[in-house]
Design a protein around this ligand. Sequence first.
Ligand code: ZN
Ligand code: ZN
Length: 362
Amino acid sequence: MLVESGRPLTFSTLLIDEPLDDEVMVRTERVGLCHSDLHYVSGSLSIATPAVLGHEAAGIVERVGPLVTRVKPGDRVVATVTPSCGQCSACLRGLPTQCQRVDQLRVRSRPKLVTQAGNDVQVLGGLGAFCEAFVVGETSLAVVSAHLPPEVACLLGCCVTTGVGAVVHGCAIGPNDTVAVIGCGGVGIAAIQGARLAGARRVVAVDRVPEKLELARRFGATHGVLADGDNEKSRLALLHVQPSGFTHALEAVGRRQTAELAFQVLATTGTATILGLMPTGERLQISADDLVYGDRRIQGAYMGANRFLSDVEMLIDHYTAGRLDLDGMVTAVLPFDQIEAGLSAMADPGTIRIVLDMTTGA
Ligand SMILES: [Zn+2]
Ligand SMILES: [Zn+2]
C-alpha cells in the first residue's frame, strides 16, 4: 500500500468488499510492474492516499455479482484500467479508451477496500492489483484461456495492449511505413513487435541504453539508435538512418524531450504518437513551421487506443502462432514480498517487464 507519495510501499492487512451487482472479485495471480506505478510512488503523478497501486493484472475469478454474465468463478481473466460502457458517443465511434462514462462505471456505494481501522483505501485505475484480490466491474475484464501463463496474461492489461494497440489502432501502420520507437521498455518493445506484425518496412529502436537496443532487435527492430541526452544529436542520428524522416514516431518513455524528439524526426507527412505518461502539467514545445509547411501530426493514443476485449483475442492468437513474443518480455517473476526489489530492477538495462507472483511472498 502507498501510504504517502515518495515513501516505500508497505504491507498491510486490508478488508475487501464483496462484489456488487455488476462486479467481480478476482484473486490476483500476477501483476506487471509498470512505470506509471512508479510515477505514483515517486509523486510525479498524484493519487489520494492511502492507495493500492498495480494495474497490469491477471487472476482467477473468485466471486461474481448477480448481474455478471460474461465471466464466472474459476475463469482466468486479465484486467484493464479502461473499462467502457459501449453506449456513449466515444464507445459508439469505436474509441472505448475514451469512454465518457468511465467515472460513472467506477462509482460505488461503498469503498472497495478499507484499513483495519475502517479508513477508505484508494485503488489505482479502479483496480489496485498489488493486493491478493481486487474487485472490479465486469466491463474491466477479459477472459483468457486457462492455458495462457498468468505472467504472460497480465502483460495484456497494459504494456502490450498499449504498444501493439498504438500501432494497430492509433497509427494504422502498414508495410510502407518507417517507424521510430523511442524507449524500449514494456510499451516500446510491444510497439516494436506491433510494427513487425504490421509489416512496417523499417522499425528503428531508440534508447539511451545499448543493451535495450540489442533486446529490441530480438523483438523485430531493424535498426537501433543510441539516444543522447542532447535531442539534436539524437535527431541527427535518427535522420542518418532515415534521411527523409519517419512516417511514424512513437514515444514510449514519458518525457518532454523524447516526445519533442518524436515530432522532430518525422517525415513531412509523418505522425508522432505520444504514449508515455508524463508528470501532470507537462508541456511540449514543437516547431510551428514544421506544422505550417509540413503536414505533420502529433497525437495521443491513450493506452494504445485499444479495443480491449477484441484486442486480447487478437494478441493471444498472435502469441499462440509464435508471432508475438510475450514470454521474452517477462524479465523476471518475483514473489510479492520482493516488490521493492522489483521496482528497483525496473531500471536495470536488461529489464523489459518485472512481474510479481501474488500467490507467493507476503
Ligand atoms: Zn501501465
Ligand atoms: Zn462509453
